[in-house]
Design a protein around this ligand. Structure first.
Ligand SMILES: NC(=O)c1ccc[n+]([C@@H]2O[C@H](COP(=O)([O-])OP(=O)(O)OC[C@H]3O[C@@H](n4cnc5c(N)ncnc54)[C@H](OP(=O)(O)O)[C@@H]3O)[C@@H](O)[C@H]2O)c1
Length: 337
């Protein structure tokens, strides 16, 4: 892991997918001196044109980028030569986003995938073979809590697979309050993040904010069971997931299974979450959008298949979330009564 710096004076960053992660990361980098181009959907760009970009966090950080400072685009601008692209679309949009980057950007442009799951960087690389796609891991939660207002509700350090271009930009990320941990092999970190993300479907189906959901024993034990099943598969596959909390994975499982009053005491640090923070899967479900369940529990089911084993709990969770997606979409399509 390294944090060398030496970034160019005004690095050019292109955010592909101006949503929670894209607006938050791109906005902080712009605040730290980068020239940032945001590519997003018209509904998001309209909000940013009207209100600008407000960025806050649970540590009290706050900044506002006025509308006139934002470079907003519906398509990757022709002639762009960014020093770094941040790929910030949801898993289902990876291929289309990678294709439009590939059509427009010079060969060799470095694209940092800030997406969850294990396979997004590889899928983007396959669709954009001339670009250099590098996986990253965002450990904290970002939500749009008001139009154009993005809030980081939990903590953690951004990580990425090491690449010379990222080493040059480490100073920029550090000034932006996003110190970048670079790893020769990011897979153990991605596996660790996948384990933590197994709480996303539990949170989405619970209908509760993250903190309240973790304080309910049934939901917490459900999360622990999904983690235990996936952890056994990762170990059978020969990789120990990186530890992303102060606890080892086995200790974390024991803590999650404590009775709630004890859990509240022992896990005080884990519970340092804004009371209103929810998983982005909860937001997708509420909005009637397809979720990333296939990139999370679905990935565990595929891992089991490759090993000739089963993952019944993660498989059942995929089915439950798919049913919830269909129910939301049917409700949204029904004529008003
Ligand atoms: N939010 C978090 O707390 C968090 C934390 C860690 C990691 N992540 C990961 O980061 C990734 C992004 O999540 P997010 O929460 O930021 O998603 P998001 O808020 O939905 O943002 C993605 C945005 O990109 C837009 N988009 C998709 N394809 C595009 C294209 N070709 N051109 C322009 N815009 C496009 C989407 O529009 P449509 O909705 O129309 O597709 C959406 O507005 C996911 O893999 C997620 O798992 C999120």
């Amino acid at each position: 892991m390294s944090t060398a710096s030496g970034d160019p004076p005004c690095p050019r960053i292109l955010v592909m997918g101006a949503g929670s992660v894209g607006c938050h990361t791109g906005g902080l980098l712009q605040g730290a001196g980068a020239q940032v181009d945001f590519v997003g959907r018209p509904r998001m760009l309209d909000r940013l044109r009207e209100r600008g970009l407000r960025l806050t966090d649970l540590d009290g950080g706050s900044q506002h980028l006025p509308p006139s400072s934002l470079r907003l685009h519906e398509q990757v601008p022709a002639g762009s030569q960014p020093d770094l692209v941040l790929l910030c679309v949801k898993s289902a949009a990876t291929e289309a986003a990678a294709a439009s980057l590939s059509d427009t950007l010079p060969a060799g442009t470095v694209v940092l995938s800030l997406q969850n799951g294990l396979g997004n960087a590889e899928r983007a690389q396959a669709r954009a073979p001339g670009l250099v796609v590098v996986p990253a891991m965002v450990p904290y939660n970002i939500a749009e809590i008001a139009p154009g207002h993005f809030h980081r509700g939990t903590s953690g350090q951004l990580a990425a697979r090491s690449h010379p271009q990222l080493q040059k930009l480490c100073g920029l990320f550090a000034r932006a309050g996003l110190p970048l941990a670079l790893h020769a092999d990011l897979r153990p970190v991605q596996l660790g993040k996948l384990l933590l993300n197994l709480n996303n479907p539990v949170n989405a189906l619970s209908g509760l904010p993250l903190r309240a959901q973790l304080l309910q024993a049934g939901h917490r034990h459900g999360f622990a069971a999904l983690v235990e099943e996936a952890l056994a598969l990762m170990r059978a596959d020969g990789t120990e997931p990186a530890r992303l909390t102060p606890l080892s994975w086995d200790a974390l499982l024991r803590v999650l299974r404590l009775p709630t009053p004890l859990f509240r005491l022992v896990a005080a640090r884990m519970l340092r979450i804004d009371p209103q923070a929810r998983s982005s899967m909860a937001d997708d479900l509420a909005a009637g959008r397809l979720t990333e369940i296939d990139a999370l529990c679905g990935e565990v089911v595929r891992m089991a298949g490759r090993l000739g084993r089963q993952a019944p709990l993660n498989r059942a969770m995929v089915e439950r979330v798919r049913q919830a997606e269909q129910a939301r979409q049917a409700a949204a399509a029904a004529p008003p009564s």
